[in-house]
Design a protein around this ligand. Structure first.
Ligand SMILES: O=c1[nH]cnc2c1ncn2[C@@H]1O[C@H](CO)[C@@H](O)[C@H]1O
Length: 321
């Protein structure tokens, strides 16, 4: 294990699986969470900030700053698609938690991301668990951001499989396809974890039972909020388990060897019925014409995952808390 933990910023829209992911990161000695930045997606940004503060209070980690992110898409769109039907109206399984005592920092998420990357060049990993608006804004506002940021590990895309918003599009990319295209073509070191991979990582009803029976503080909390997430998976997929999208993405940052990757350039469809579609060009053919695909930087896209190892790590770390 590396002696110095990797600094990570989690860009998040909590979210039930975000809550699991944040707790998992806090229980992972390989990484040090230096901040949470918030975004819309599972909830609106204001509620994402409130939930991020609440989760840090539950974890006893109010030393970690929360910076509030964008309320609108990169193109200033305000018609957001919020997945309250997946996570509950409060984003955390309709539990009526009290409002957090703490507040977000004055600095915006974008300024926080830019500053942390600049102060620690090559050292900070952003784990992006929602739509990519904040990251795209950082790239646009600071020409050095793509170089300064160590790595961007993002949950997004449906590579050669159907989406979860519609057959074409995965939710985080659909939330801001313009931002996603900016990020994928930025030249930063990018690892994309799509639902082609996260749909293989399932927490079963019996795993949930184990969480419920363990004494872990995080396990106890998650047992309460997971109900809504389980109901949604049963209703939408006839699945008695739930997909561990966000926890898998955190573990890709913690231990990249849990997954395998292919490299190529990724572009995102930004309009029409395939809006949000992610296409990987594996660069095996040299096309004659110069197009919007030519000379785009390569990124890594996850293709396989050691699902049993991921589920075991998630369970072990959440129960031992
Ligand atoms: O059917 C869905 N619609 C919208 N969002 C979803 C759905 N299923 C899961 N997520 C949320 O979107 C991310 C993965 O795409 C995850 O954060 C998950 O919580």
């Amino acid at each position: 294990m590396a002696s110095e933990p990797k600094m990570i910023i989690i860009d998040t829209d909590p979210g039930i699986d975000d809550a699991m992911a944040i707790f998992l990161a806090l229980r992972s000695p390989e990484v040090e969470v230096i901040g949470l930045t918030t975004i819309y997606g599972n909830v609106y940004t204001t509620l994402a900030t409130r939930n991020a503060l609440h989760l840090l209070e539950v974890a006893g980690r109010t030393d970690i700053p929360v910076a509030e992110g964008s309320h609108v898409t990169l193109t200033k769109g305000t018609k957001l698609r919020i997945a309250d039907f997946v996570h509950g109206a409060d984003g955390l399984g309709n539990q009526n938690f009290p409002p957090p005592k703490g507040k977000q920092i004055e600095e915006s998420a974008v300024d926080f991301l830019i500053r942390q990357a600049k102060n620690n060049p090559g050292k900070v990993t952003v784990v992006a668990l929602g739509p990519l608006t904040n990251i795209a804004l950082a790239i646009q506002q600071d020409p050095d951001f793509s170089k300064n940021i160590g790595q961007i590990v993002l949950l997004g895309g449906a590579f050669a499989v159907n989406g979860n918003v519609n057959p074409a599009s995965e939710a985080n990319i659909f939330g801001d396809p313009d931002a996603a295209d900016v990020v994928f073509t930025s030249g930063a070191d990018i690892v994309a974890i799509g639902i082609n991979v996260t749909h293989q990582v399932v927490l079963t009803a019996s795993d949930r039972e184990k969480l419920a029976n363990s004494k872990g503080k995080f396990a106890q909390y998650l047992t309460k909020i997971l109900g809504v997430y389980f109901s949604y998976h049963l209703e939408a997929y006839d699945n008695t388990g739930v997909y561990l999208h966000d926890p898998t993405t955190i573990l890709a940052a913690v231990d990249p060897s849990l997954l395998t990757y292919i490299e190529g350039s990724v572009r995102v469809q930004t309009s029409g019925i395939t809006r949000g579609l992610t296409i990987l060009y594996n660069k095996q053919k040299r096309f004659g014409e110069v197009t919007e695909w030519s000379d785009k930087p390569s990124v890594k896209v996850a293709v396989t995952v050691d699902a049993p190892a991921v589920v075991k790590l998630v369970m072990d770390r959440l129960m031992d808390s």
